[in-house]
Ligand binder design. Structure first.
Ligand code: PSU
Ligand code: MN
Length: 304
């Protein structure tokens, strides 16, 4: 029923039992401008290989669920304007109607689980938007973390969100939020948010053991790993705060809603920071890819 296609390298890794790391495609189509998006996607895949695992970028192309994209597919997806953005709500519909779309964190987790890949690297997850008390804009990513057993490596929650409310919802849903190597929850472009780390772990082995322990307990859902952006690449929170405020005000004024909100804010912040936000975004995704590759390798040891 579901037409899955593995890339040549993902298929090889599966048959030889090598660790795989899933990657999302919305970050390519809706998170970064062309042509940098394609270059970054290829670079992140190379980082995963260098760190000893095999990358599998996930997308739906003409009704088939691709687990790993051949380089020309990645190119084509990255330069096509107005590609659909798929979450849990629209993944199956896109497959059923022969459509093409990029997967968000929620849809990528579903696909990764389906393909037996327990680890996934991204930039930032979706969360509770500012003003959610009236807009009800809460990302499907949070529910997905509560029910799909994949460990997601992020750089925390984007500062465009209400980070405090995002952490509250994750706690309510029983999602472990593990900060890598520090006591403060990171805020995507900045190493620090005002919030303490719910759980701290200092190495990939501990994160892998925790993933395995949840499975052994029969708990549904995954883990959110928050890996702080490297210090050399961060943008201080004080510098970003007024920029985020201005972008949000513009979104409100124009009535931007639904799945348009996150891409709109990211694009405005890119323009306001003259590309500095993109450089930071690239650095943090690469950093997350390397940690995810270590977790994927550690997981193979704990599950054997
Ligand atoms: N982080 C980025 N760029 C992005 C996203 C996250 O740096 O484009 C995407 C992810 O795919 C995430 C999605 O799952 O935004 C969340 O969208 P929403 O807020 O509409 O749920
Ligand atoms: Mn939303």
């Amino acid at each position: 029923m579901i037409y899955m296609t593995y890339s040549a390298e993902a298929a090889r890794a599966r048959s030889s039992g090598q660790p795989l790391v899933a990657l999302e495609s919305t970050i390519i189509t809706h998170g970064m401008p062309y042509p940098q998006n394609v270059a970054v996607a290829a670079q992140v895949e190379a980082d995963i290989r260098d760190a000893g695992a095999t990358p599998a970028t996930i997308a739906v192309i003409e009704g088939r669920l691709h687990v790993g994209l051949e380089p020309e597919m990645l190119q084509a997806l990255g330069r096509t304007p107005d590609v659909a953005k798929l979450s849990r709500a629209d993944l199956a519909a896109c497959l059923a109607t022969g459509g093409t779309g990029a997967t968000t964190v929620s849809a990528t987790m579903i696909a990764a689980r389906h393909a037996g890949i327990p680890v996934f690297a991204t930039g930032g997850i979706g969360g509770v938007h500012r003003g959610a008390e009236t807009s009800f804009d809460v990302s499907a990513d949070l529910q997905e973390l509560a029910q799909t057993p994949v460990t997601v490596v992020s750089a925390g929650a984007k500062a465009i969100l209400d980070v405090g409310k995002t952490l509250e919802v994750l706690e309510t849903l029983g999602v472990p939020v593990i900060v890598h190597g520090q006591d403060v929850f990171p805020a995507f472009w900045s190493r620090r948010s005002p919030y303490a780390a719910p759980i701290r772990m200092d190495d990939a082995d501990a994160i892998a053991r925790s993933h395995a322990a949840r499975r052994a307990l029969g708990l549904p859902g995954g883990q959110l790993v928050a890996n702080p952006i490297p210090a050399a690449d961060e943008i201080p929170a004080e510098k970003l705060a007024p920029i985020i405020g201005a972008a949000q005000a513009e979104a409100d004024e124009r009535g931007v809603s639904g799945k348009e909100v996150t891409p709109f804010l990211l694009e405005r912040i890119y323009e306001f920071t003259r590309g500095q936000s993109l450089r930071a975004n690239i650095a943090l995704v690469r950093n997350n890819a390397r940690l995810a590759a270590q977790i994927a390798q550690a997981l193979r040891k704990v599950s054997n």
